[in-house]
Write a protein that binds this ligand. Structure first.
Ligand SMILES: C[S@@+](CC[C@H](N)C(=O)[O-])C[C@H]1O[C@@H](n2cnc3c(N)ncnc32)[C@H](O)[C@@H]1O
Length: 464
């Protein structure tokens, strides 16, 4: 247990550490690429080059329809033939026509074209390996992203694995597994906040992770049940430099007088505070509460994908609000629908086409519900409200960054998230050497089961 220690007075602005206009496009830099890339990959790249040259002629047309789709997203196209489609669906239909019929190219090339030319079309990137569209993530206002790179993440993993092996709570079922523990540790260590606040402590594993990242920084922890209660039954972690609003002192994040608590902790610059939410509450509600209090750096542990989860998440809010199905093919007899239904057999969190597209006449995504408090307090929301929510979130965001899974599913043997709807892993499938070098092969497989797109948000500075 830690004793009370003074927080170091950090001089660098936390904002400076995180912001950069650089985009992290790949999670592995060139030096990390496997030299033994197989032949088919090389072939694919050559075809890709050919394809991109060929299709560059179509890009202005696609760009135009893309822009139109944004503007006309809610307007149905009522021609007889396409009365079932919204305008963007019609564009998608055209798209498949262009890629599969008009070009009359071989199937293999056609698929390569889809991957190459259409990523981002209707803002739905393609997954190269699984040939399924990935979900929409929240956009930040100016396209800024984080400063850390894939190299930093790999270096961080090397350092974190031995730390993780010393965790006091070895079996943290219902709490964070390895991926998110690493993400939280990495983000906290990178930002070096003056104060860390967590909402949702359970037995205290996340408190312990925050402590490993910042040994001397005060923590405030909010949780209805005090972690010390769990000590009676088994391992738990109670921190000596943590103010607990827990047990009989529990106060919900939204009801705390943050002004006076910050004053008590000597915090005058709220941009130097990191908040970690793992309390399964509606994330829109939490963002609004944090915004009202003036906080700017937030991490959400459970950023549930569309069609999953027990609370309204950032992923769900920003996913597919422009068009029905968010650019996925909503045809029940489409290749995508067929592949998705097969994937359900392998990936517990795979999302079927019905979940993405919803029944006809209904809207999709969260199925009309704004879920809250572990699914105990759900409110119906209209499509218009959902749409407004996504606009609101994107209007206040400087950065939206989803932690990638630490390693590909063939390395971690996990089946609980759908890789077709996640960022490429830090250690890609096939990189067993690196997986082993980082110490990841020493960990029990079960620790990789809890990945749910942990997200780091940076809220823009608000005018006072
Ligand atoms: C998934 S667990 C947290 C796991 C923990 N962060 C970890 O990594 O081990 C969710 C926790 O949120 C707590 N919780 C429920 N309602 C809450 C609320 N309104 N505010 C804060 N915590 C809440 C639950 O009691 C539970 O301890």
């Amino acid at each position: 247990m830690h004793t009370l220690v003074h927080s170091p007075s950090a001089t660098t602005n936390m904002l400076d550490r995180v912001l950069s206009s650089r985009r992290v496009t790949s999670h592995l830099d060139a030096s990390e690429m496997d030299a033994s890339a197989d032949d088919s990959k090389t072939k694919k790249q050559n075809l890709s080059l050919l394809a991109s040259n060929y299709l560059s002629r179509f890009v202005p047309l696609l760009h135009l329809s893309h822009r139109l789709s944004h503007n006309l997203s809610l307007i149905s196209c009522h021609s007889d033939h396409f009365s079932r489609f919204t305008f963007p669906e019609f564009c998608l239909y055209l798209r498949s026509g262009i890629s599969r019929r008009v070009l009359s190219v071989s199937k293999g090339l056609s698929q390569t074209l889809d991957h190459l030319v259409f990523p981002g079309y209707l803002r739905v990137p393609y997954d190269r390996d699984l040939q399924l569209v990935k979900s929409e993530r929240c956009r930040s206002k100016h396209g800024k992203t984080v400063q850390w790179t894939s190299k930093d993440l790999i270096k961080g993993l090397e350092e974190f694995v031995p730390i993780y092996e010393t965790r006091p709570i070895k079996n943290n079922m219902y709490g964070m597994g390895f991926d998110h523990s690493f993400g939280l540790w990495f983000i906290a260590r990178w930002l070096k906040p003056d104060l860390m606040i967590e909402s949702g402590a359970f037995k205290g594993h996340s408190t312990w992770v925050l402590r490993q990242a910042m040994p001397d920084t005060p923590i405030i922890s909010l949780s209805p049940r005090h972690p010390e209660k769990y000590l009676k039954k088994g391992p738990a972690y109670v921190d000596g430099n943590c103010t607990y609003f827990a047990g009989k002192d529990f106060v919900d994040f939204g009801s705390i007088d943050w002004k006076s608590v910050m004053k008590k902790h000597g915090i005058s610059d709220l941009s130097r505070v990191l908040i970690f939410f793992d309390d399964h509450q509606n994330e829109l509600k939490r963002v609004k509460q944090a915004l009202n209090a003036g906080f700017r750096h937030l991490v959400f542990e459970d950023n549930y994908d569309t069609g999953t989860g027990d609370h309204y998440s950032l992923r769900q809010i920003c996913d597919q609000f422009y068009i029905r199905g968010g650019g996925h093919s909503c045809f029940r007899d489409s290749d995508e629908a067929r592949i998705r239904s097969k994937r359900k057999l392998f990936w517990e969190k795979a999302v079927a086409i019905d979940e993405l597209c919803g029944p006809i006449e209904a809207w999709w995504g969260v199925g009309g519900w704004m879920r809250d408090d572990f699914n105990h307090s759900n409110k119906p929301i209209s499509y218009a409200e959902h749409f407004q929510n996504s606009r609101f979130i994107e209007s206040i965001l400087d950065v939206y960054w989803e932690l990638p899974p630490v390693a590909g599913p063939s390395l971690t043997h996990q089946t609980r998230y759908d890789p077709a709807r996640a960022t490429g892993p830090i250690v890609e499938d096939g990189r067993y050497g690196l997986f082993q070098r980082l110490g990841l092969s020493r960990l029990d497989r079960s620790v990789f089961n809890g990945y749910t797109q942990m997200v780091y948000l940076e809220i823009s500075e608000q005018e006072s």
